[in-house]
Structure formats: structure tokens, C-alpha cells
Design a protein around this ligand. Structure first.
Ligand code: NAD
Length: 377
């Protein structure tokens, strides 16, 4: 069984799918690991460390994958990468099929087994494989630091001989994994934090971190059976925006993280709301790559409006490529050990929830019910 680790080809992407620690574990378990030259370099993992962990290093993507049974990547594959994959091999990476529908025909042509790591179910059994939570943890933490960098004031309350400086006020919209990490980070820095989410379950989690939950009448039906938010009605969003408008006027830093699975991110902050914020305040929009939660967001740019900064970072997770790669890699190590279960090949057992939900194509054939539903809809 040969496992290949590809170097990421997308500009701005610095993560690597497997770090030397995971390579060592998988080598010890009897798998042969091939790593593309400098695959981990941008995340501070050197080829020498991979060699010491038991991997062999090959020069380019085509050489690395040519005899591989399983190929690990972070970002979805490019057309050229798919063309280079051996027929019948298994690719494990983010797939972003909604935006890369054409890849399905190429997977079929090459009879590829493809697994989408973003579909790993959020169930207890798969918690140690949950890359979405890992990456959201990094993004939520970093979002606060990006905000602090743009904010021209202190986060904690300071009592000095020159007087008392009040703490910064932080508003977090969307209290999922990223939002909760943002709350915890802002609290650690001493800010006064309040947060809002449409899921009733979020209230208790927000309060357990010492933040205030912005109260609005919520409906249990806003949450689906997986624990995700459902798309809110126009009427709900209108009421929510009224509430946010009021709270934004007091906020120094607002972190937005609201997303609805498979949909464009909801717009929660309109331009008139930004205009009513205090000069010098900051919005960090974590949903920028999904269209943004703020009307003024332009992914990757800092927009200034009336003295307010709106920043929707791109490749935010790559600014913390080392820990992000470690977390992604640990998730992948757990996934592959689960999938192989000491066997020589993955048994694509449709009875197994993790395999069924994560597999996009099996020998090139689209088997994912979720992808069929999304594409059909
Ligand atoms: P996400 O990234 O899809 O969305 C971020 C947040 O935005 C969510 O909390 C969502 O409720 C919120 N949101 C959506 N529309 C909104 C709106 N109009 N206004 C305000 N907020 C809005 O979510 P996520 O962080 O990946 O996960 C969300 C939930 O999934 C978790 O809190 C949990 O219930 C579940 N989950 C379960 C597990 C597990 O069981 N292993 C792991 C992770 C997450």
C-alpha cells in the first residue's frame, strides 16, 4: 500500500496534508509513504524530517503519485493533477464539488475513488477526523488577531496612572466552532464579548465562555438534525439585522462567521450599518470566501468606509500553516487508519456512515447522495 503526499499547488496555500509525525505513524503501521519535494516547507516541515520519519521524497507531483494507491492533498485537485493520478487510485482532500462540478467527469474518466474531507460527518465516532472543526478553530483564533491588528485600541481594560482605559467591545456573529474560538480568544485578551447565533444550542455555549448572548426569539426549527443552521427566512434576517445594527454601534470589533451548509453566506451587515459604526472600529468577515456576511466585504482586501475597516481575509488558515497542517494531518491519520482497519485496501462499505458520507466517487461513479442532492437542487 503506497500513500502519496502532494505539495499544494494553489497560490497562497501553505498547508501540507500529512506532517512528519503522521508519516512516522503510518510508516510504522507498514505503509510506504512518498512525499513530494518541499511539500511541507511552507508549513515549516522539512524534507529531511519526512525522510527521518520513513518517507521517500520525489521531485514533482507526477512522480510522487504515479504508483500511489492513496493520495493526500488539502485543496481540491487541479485538472492537471487529476490527469496525473493513476487510474483507480484514491484521492483524499477537500473537493469543493459545488464549485468544481467538472471534476466529476474527470474522476469518472480515471475511475478514481474520491473522498471529500469536508463531508466527514460531525458524529462522535468521527470527531478525531473532523477537519472542518480543526480549520475553524484556527480561523476563529486568527480572526481575532487580524482584528486586533487593525484596531487602534487596547483589548483589555487598563488601569494606569494616566487613567483607566475601558476594554474593547467585541461582537461575534455566528457561534459555531470558529465563532466560539473567536469568543474565547477575545476573552483571553480581555475584551467584553457578546455573540449571536440562530441555533438555540449556541446560547449555552456562548455563555459558558463568559460572553453575553444577544437575545432574540429563536425557533428550534432553525437547527437541522446534524446540528447545523438552516437557512433563515427573509423576515428572520430582517429582524436579526435590526438587532445587529443596534449592537454594532457599540462594538469596536465585529467578527462574522455565519454560514449555512451548501448555501451562500447570509448578508447580516449592510453598508448603512457599517456607516453607523464608530470610526476606527473593525469588521473581520470569516465568510468572505463564501460571499461574505458584510455587504462591503471584498475577499482578501481591507475596505475602509467612513473610518471603519472591513476585512474579509483569504487563505487565513495558511497564516498559521504549521499548526493547521498538524491538525489536518492528525485528522487524516485517524481517517486513514479507520478506513484501512489494518487491511491492504479501503473497503468502500456503504453501511459505514463515515465512508458513505465522505465518498464522492467510487471507481469514478458518483455515489454521494449529498452531492447528487446539491447538484440536483
Ligand atoms: P458553520 O461554519 O456552518 O456556520 C457557522 C455558524 O453560523 C453556525 O453556528 C451557524 O448556526 C451560524 N449561522 C448561520 N446562519 C446564521 C445567521 N443568519 N445568523 C447568525 N448565525 C448564523 O458551522 P460549524 O461551526 O461548522 O458548526 C456548527 C454546528 O455543527 C456546531 O455548533 C455543532 O452543533 C455542529 N458540530 C458538531 C460536531 C460534532 O458533533 N462532532 C462537530 C462540529 C460541529
Amino acid at each position: 500500500m503506497k500513500i502519496a503526499v502532494a505539495k499544494e499547488s494553489m497560490e497562497g496555500e501553505k498547508r501540507v496534508a500529512l506532517v512528519p509525525d503522521s508519516v512516522k505513524k503510518l510508516s510504522k503501521a507498514g505503509y510506504e509513504i512518498i512525499v513530494e519535494k518541499e511539500a511541507g516547507l511552507k508549513a515549516s516541515f522539512y524534507d529531511e524530517e519526512y525522510k527521518e520519519a520513513g518517507a521517500s521524497i520525489l521531485d514533482n507531483f507526477a512522480q510522487t503519485v504515479q504508483n500511489a494507491d492513496i493520495i493526500f492533498k488539502v485543496r481540491p485537485p487541479t485538472v492537471q493533477e487529476i490527469e496525473a493520478l493513476p487510474e483507480g487510485s484514491t484521492l483524499i482532500s477537500f473537493q469543493d464539488i459545488i464549485n468544481k462540478k467538472d471534476n466529476l467527469a474527470l474522476f469518472e474518466k480515471k475511475k478514481l475513488n474520491t473522498l471529500a474531507v469536508e463531508f466527514i460527518p460531525r458524529i462522535t465516532l468521527a470527531q478525531s477526523m473532523d477537519v472542518l472543526s480543526s480549520m475553524a478553530t484556527v480561523a476563529g483564533y486568527r480572526a481575532v488577531l487580524e482584528g486586533v491588528h487593525l484596531l487602534q485600541r487596547f483589548m483589555p481594560m487598563l488601569m494606569t496612572a494616566a487613567g483607566t482605559i475601558p476594554p474593547a467591545k467585541v461582537l461575534v456573529l455566528g457561534a459555531g466552532v470558529a465563532g466560539l474560538q473567536a469568543i474565547a480568544t477575545a476573552k483571553r485578551l480581555g475584551a467584553v464579548v457578546e455573540a449571536f447565533d440562530v441555533r438555540p444550542a449556541a446560547k449555552e455555549q456562548v455563555e459558558s465562555l463568559g460572553a453575553k448572548f444577544v437575545e432574540m426569539e429563536l425557533d428550534e426549527s432553525m437547527q437541522d438534525d446534524q446540528g447545523y443552521a438552516k437557512e433563515a427566512s427573509e423576515e428572520f434576517i430582517r429582524k436579526e439585522m435590526e438587532l445587529i445594527h443596534k449592537h454594532l454601534q457599540k462594538a469596536d470589533l465585529c467578527i462574522t462567521t455565519a454560514q449555512v451548509f451548501g448555501k451562500k453566506a447570509p448578508i447580516l451587515v449592510k453598508d448603512y450599518m457599517v456607516k453607523d459604526m464608530r470610526r476606527g472600529s473593525v469588521i473581520i468577515d470569516l465568510a468572505a470566501e463564501q460571499g461574505g456576511n458584510c455587504e462591503l466585504t471584498r475577499a482578501g482586501e481591507i475596505v475602509e468606509e467612513n473610518g471603519v475597516f472591513v476585512y474579509g481575509p483569504k487563505d487565513l488558515i495558511s497564516t498559521m500553516a504549521e499548526p493547521a497542517s498538524r491538525m489536518y494531518s492528525k485528522n487524516m491519520e485517524n481517517l486513514i487508519l479507520y478506513l484501512l482497519k489494518d487491511k491492504e485496501a479501503i473497503d468502500f462499505d456503504a453501511e459505514d456512515e463515515i465512508i458513505r458520507r465522505t465518498t464522492v466517487t467510487k471507481q469514478g461513479v458518483l455515489v454521494s447522495e449529498l452531492v447528487k442532492k446539491i447538484l440536483g437542487g
